[in-house]
Design a protein around this ligand. Structure first.
Ligand code: G6P
Length: 605
């Protein structure tokens, strides 16, 4: 939530910062701003409500700068107005951008007002810049100020700050929110996410908790939270600079849906080493596991729910899956030899990180993080990390991150089953099924035109119901989530067996009911549920695998997918639901990549 980008260079940094903001816009997009030192050594600040383009329209291309910082915002404290947009300033010399939340902002604000500070916004961020201003006025160096700031501020934050009186340096600080240094030749950058910087440099230094950095043209100097010099290794980012470009696709969401066959294959390749499944996980650890707790939020939670079906049936280990925002605020009971598995695409979600923090006080056997972002807070906080290889996901509604999570989770199931001495034939079956997923996904994507035609049936509706049974129940939940995120149609996902316990009351001829049907042992039961919907006039859209013998009729449209049922079917079954949601959103004219009120990385509680 909120994106920071900063640069010090010989060339004009203003267009670089605007381009960086566009690449970070997925983190928040209700207002944006930039501050830089111009050639007359004046501090310039331009801010705008709305998207980055609105800011770009206000920039005077005749006024270059060689040192500056910029921000795209997702409002927490104070509405998305120009006066709340970052950067915030103090004493006409400091400009500061911030990602995160300051929990004791009110107390600090009160103290600073008593010392004469004038606040012009409702943001928590303004307290930080006035606090630094206050400390500088007492004669402290910027480094000392940032050490002190960490002692005074409670909450999570990454900041970048510049001082017009020292126009060669930008300072950064990471505490709970990510910040990465981009190392160029004679130029340095800072950003919330390496994706903002990859067109400028591939050389990255990931700051760790409490790190302070001073970037100048020719160097980046790092300090720990006591202000002592430290070193961090430079790593080469393997992010494709084009991953933050839409290419010929109309939206990132569509591009990312279509990337799924490739990234599923890449993820599989990354997780298999000859006959070893997930070689980064010690087999002796997996053999000791007697229970698993999965914690996640949003789409990642749905991936966890699917994994529960797989792990319990194949490895015979009890699994509980919980949203991290609930888990973090209670006192969970942890049986002996329980593994904690935290799933987060970004590795930044505040609730999931807080759940992990709580886990460190509990009696877990070990913690494993499943993540798409190397060097994220999640991968660092866990004992072991499992990585998806989805590449950068820009669309706020998660698609390829989800199917790659499922891919790793099914491999994790196989690794567990192997370590727990389950029959080899079942493990071979899983690997075989996974081997076919990329091709099957490709074939489903080829049906896009037909799915787009179906989208017109939903586009004028107020509500929709999604049903599934077994491991496809979480897929129904995910289908409903995708539709509500990108089309703003109210959608509910339900276990088909629960239909009679409530949602059937909603069914009439105006209610579309979307169902995934697999030719498995639950099909007969699912067919009874379909009849219950039909008997009440509901309009069914059924995505069925090729062996399901259902035919379309007046109140049921059956689309057969080129898919044979297997344990991996849920991974493929979600793809038509993603396409359906996408096309409904496009028909309704919503901003599918950046739906209203949402952000991709929810770094606040
Ligand atoms: C936000 C995003 C969702 C995502 C959820 C969890 O709500 O909009 O797409 O599923 O966060 O994110 P994570 O990065 O932890 O998987």
């Amino acid at each position: 939530m909120c994106g920071i980008v900063a640069a010090v260079a010989e060339r004009n940094i203003v267009p670089l910062l605007i381009d960086g903001l566009r690449r970070l816009e997925y983190r928040g997009y209700d207002s944006a701003g930039i501050a830089f030192i111009d050639e007359a050594n004046q501090l310039q600040r331009i801010r705008s409500a709305g998207k980055v383009q609105a800011l770009a329209d206000r920039i005077d291309s005749e006024r270059p700068g060689h040192l500056g910082l910029a921000h795209t915002r997702w409002a927490t404290h104070g509405g998305p107005t120009e006066h709340n947009a970052h950067p915030h300033t103090a004493s006409e010399r400091l400009a500061l951008v911030h990602n995160g939340i300051i929990e004791n902002e009110q107390a600090i604000r009160k103290q600073l007002i008593e010392h004469g500070a004038t606040f012009t916004s409702e943001t928590d961020t303004e307290a930080i810049v006035h606090l630094i201003d206050h400390l500088l006025a007492q004669g402290q160096s910027m480094l000392d100020c940032l050490v002190e700031v960490q002692q005074q501020l409670q909450g999570s934050y990454a900041i970048a700050v510049l001082d017009q009186q020292h126009p060669d340096t930008i300072w950064g600080l990471r505490k709970g929110s990510p910040l990465v240094v981009g190392v160029g030749v004679g130029e340095h950058f800072l950003a919330s996410d390496a994706a903002a910087l990859v067109p400028l440099t591939q050389q990255m230094m990931y700051l760790q908790e409490g790190d302070i950095v001073a970037i100048r043209r020719d160097q980046a100097a790092l300090y720990d939270q006591q202000g002592k010099p430290i070193e961090r290794t430079i790593q080469r980012s393997n992010l494709d600079p084009e991953s933050s470009e839409r290419g010929h696709y109309r939206h990132f969401m569509l591009k990312e849906i279509h990337e799924q066959p490739a990234v599923i294959s890449a993820t599989l390749d990354g997780c298999l080493n000859g006959t070893r499944i997930l070689p980064s996980l010690p087999a002796e650890l997996l053999s000791q596991v007697r229970a698993i707790h999965i914690l996640a939020c949003g789409t990642s939670y749905h991936a966890g729910l699917t994994a529960k079906y797989w792990i319990e049936s194949l490895a015979g280990i009890p699994v509980s899956v919980e949203v991290a925002s609930e888990f973090r605020n209670r006192r969970p009971a942890v049986p002996e030899h329980t593994l904690m598995l935290a799933i987060s695409q970004s590795g930044e979600t505040a609730d999931t990180l807080a759940a992990l923090e709580l886990a460190s006080e509990l009696n877990y056997l070990a913690t494993i993080g499943l993540c798409n972002v190397p060097e994220s807070a999640l991968t660092r906080a866990c004992d072991h990390a499992l990585m998806t290889r989805a590449g950068l996901e820009v669309g706020v509604a998660s698609t390829k991150a989800f199917t790659t999570q499922l891919t790793v989770l099914l491999l994790f199931t196989a690794a567990l089953a192997q370590a727990q001495d389950k029959p080899k034939s079942r493990i071979a079956e899983v690997l075989d099924a996974l081997g076919q997923v990329a091709q099957q996904t490709r074939e489903v994507l080829a049906l896009e035109d037909q799915i787009e035609a179906l989208a017109y049936r939903l586009a004028d509706k107020q509500h929709a119901l999604f049903l599934g049974r077994g491991a496809e129940y979480p897929i129904a939940l995910e289908g409903a989530l995708k539709l509500k995120e990108v089309s703003y149609i109210h959608a509910e996902g339900y276990a088909a067996g629960e239909l009679k316990h409530g949602p059937l009351a909603l069914v009439d001829e105006s209610l579309p009911v979307v169902v995934t049907a697999s030719s498995n042992e639950l099909l007969k039961k699912l067919e009874s549920n379909l009849r219950e919907v039909q008997a009440r006039g509901g309009q069914l859209i059924v995505f069925a695998d090729r062996a399901v013998t259902l035919d379309s009729n007046d109140d049921m449209h059956v689309m057969h997918l080129p898919l044979n049922h297997s344990i991996a079917s849920p991974i493929v079954q979600v793809v038509p639901l993603q396409l359906l949601a996408y096309h409904v959103g496009v028909i309704r004219g919503t901003d599918v990549d950046q739906p209203r009120n949402l952000a991709k990385s929810v770094t606040v509680e």
